[in-house]
Design a protein around this ligand. Sequence first.
Ligand code: NIG
Ligand code: FE
Length: 381
Amino acid sequence: MATTLITHIGELFTADTEGPTTIEDAALVIEGAHVAWVGPATEAPAADEMVDAGGRAVIPGFVDSHSHLVFAGDRAQEFAARMTGTPYAAGGIRTTVAATRAATDEQLTSHVARLVAEMRRQGTTTVEIKSGYGLTVHDEARSLAVARQFTEETTFLGAHVVPEGDPGEYVDLVTGPMLDAAKEHARWIDVFCERGAFDVDQARAILGAGAAAGLRGRLHANQLTYGGGVRLAAELGLVAVDHCTYLADEDVDALRDSGTIATLLPGVEFSTKQPYPDARRLLDAGVRVALASDCNPGSCFTSSLPLCIALAVREMGMTPTEALLAATYGGAAALDRDDVGVLAPGKRADLALLDAPSHVHLAYRPGVPLVLGTWVGGRPV
Ligand code: NIG
Ligand code: FE
């Protein structure tokens, strides 16, 4: 298999929790789709090809464990109104549902392709993609089929909001025919557990039906209000629960005891003017934390993990190192993946070259496109 040596790396951020997290004056060898070697540049083995990083930093590609990329239309006016005081509400989702139902498969696919390319340019190499803007049997299944063309990490979110009609009948649809049609295209099932969407009992029933169909659970919880969603995730032993903005002490204790990862989505708070989640409180309590974009047309239309890292550092009490770990290793853990998010021998060669000498610059230089190149499975993209 062909080998590539990336050398003269000013700082290699491995995100390796079992070895050194950073190595200065480093090199990395790629063999096929995987990392074969990391270490000091002076000790690097020879390879077929060489890339000179010019003293710049190399980091694992970001693992964005939460996005809603399958949609049509936008809600720029809703965003503009929010900035002058209109609060965010779950009901705005229905606007995107109407536009998504009206779009062709080709339109949805090309839109996702554009957003995935945008993510790649910003260093994201693994992305989870949810359905949730179709909300009919047909539109949820086709949303997932579109998402599946771009990632294995697809999530059925039929329980995003009740689109129309009786809520009880809609839950029956989601847990019955919609789940049947969705399950072949999805790895995960998710519920928006929130005022204006689904309550804890409904979420429990939907996640239970998903588990019986072979899908693993995740949850949107405690985004806009305090409530029982985070505790439900902990009780069910879900791998991750996402948002975690409004947390009581008992929620924090439950997360720590269950090991469920709190995935924080600071782009949402930026775009909704809600308070940022308190990452420091979670980390100090021993809760595992991930950062993700939540890229969607309503609450947060950014695909930028560098922006999320900058916000987490500036507004949420994370150090630059903690924030980058949460967007790489943490995102991978939130998808129960151990093959990505870390640069160590045997892991996938998914990485980004920064036009900066250290990872700290991701937060230090907010808004600056620092990603010079992205490799996925050992190949530049
Ligand atoms: O994760 N919270 C629920 N779903 C999305 C927002 C969807 C929308 O507003 O269109 C979120 O924030
Ligand atoms: Fe979301």
